[in-house]
Design a protein around this ligand. Structure first.
Ligand code: SAM
Length: 278
């Protein structure tokens, strides 16, 4: 038997394609006596499909504290509980964070299962060059707050990963373009479903692409934006400048050679070389 008594299992469920449930997730959902679900009406058909007979407990964003207390009661009674959200991994832009914290604070084990997550699925097909990413989830819905949040993200060299609802995707892409400027955008839509689309383009062309066909604005979206390159470029020219200066080249000559190697502007490199030397 997979499920150990008196533990909370965090169980990812499919994003769309039912075959994406893992064998371990199936086993846990079939074995535990209780499933805490974001929307019990949504999860009931999945349990039925799996032949699972667990009883359902509601655990949504408006009752997380009470749900956690009920889950801890079940655990105190020696019963295992599985936590699921409507789709993907619980606690990732979904209810669950408070529940796992309260369960652990009560001294019980929280056992996470790996499985579907829209952000990671999208990243795996995005082909963005950055070795690091920042998962942001949903941006604020108010335009001014959204732009402010994007201003704060703008200097970061990491790929940025956002979730967005279909009715806001166009305005968000407009704001991404206005604030972040020249970047690559990858639109990952309806992952694992019939109309799955992964489309990459310059950020400045994305709004026109979405507007060209209203169907392109339908469904569920992950938006991925390449990171700020300026930091990276400066890192490379700094590296070259430092080597040349360490070899004893005068500032002017170091800037000239570094400009030839990196393609950066000679004047900017001259100023930077003076700084580095200073
Ligand atoms: N916990 C989930 C996860 O692990 O990905 C995310 C839940 S969040 C409430 C729902 C958002 O995830 C959607 O608005 C969309 O941005 C993204 N999403 C979920 N399923 C998706 C799919 N099949 N294709 C693209 N994005 C998806």
């Amino acid at each position: 038997m997979t499920s150990e008594s008196a533990a909370l299992y965090v169980v990812p469920t499919p994003l769309g394609n039912l075959s994406d449930i893992t064998r371990r997730a199936e086993e846990v959902l079939r074995t535990v006596p209780w499933v805490a679900a974001e929307d019990t009406r949504h999860t009931a058909p999945l349990l039925k499909h799996l032949g699972a007979t667990a009883r359902l407990l509601p655990a949504h964003e408006h009752n997380e504290r009470e749900a956690a207390a009920r889950i801890v009661e079940r655990l105190c009674a020696g019963e295992a509980v599985a936590l699921v959200s409507d789709a993907g991994t619980p606690a990732i832009s979904d209810p669950g964070t408070r529940i796992v914290a309260q369960v652990r604070a009560a001294g019980f084990r929280v056992i996470p299962l790996p499985g579907p997550c829209a952000a990671v699925t999208a990243l795996s097909a995005a082909g963005l060059p950055e070795p690091h990413f920042l998962f942001y989830g949903f941006l604020p819905t108010k335009a001014s707050q959204r732009r402010q949040a994007l201003e704060e993200l703008r200097p970061l060299p990491y790929a940025l990963v956002f979730y967005e609802a279909p009715h806001r995707v166009l305005e968000t892409v407009d704001d991404l373009t206005a604030v972040l400027g020249h970047r690559t955008l990858v639109i990952a839509r309806e992952l694992t479903k019939l109309f799955e689309t992964v489309y990459a383009c310059p950020l400045g062309e994305a709004a026109a692409w979405l507007r060209a066909d209203p169907n392109r604005q339908k469904g569920e979206f992950v938006l991925l934006v390449s990171g700020n390159q300026e930091e990276g470029d400066q890192g490379e020219s700094d590296r070259v400048l430092k080597i040349l200066l360490a070899e004893g080249l005068p500032v002017k000559q170091a800037a000239k050679v570094a400009a030839a190697v990196t393609g950066a502007a000679k004047n900017a490199l001259y100023d930077r070389a003076l700084q580095l030397k200073g």
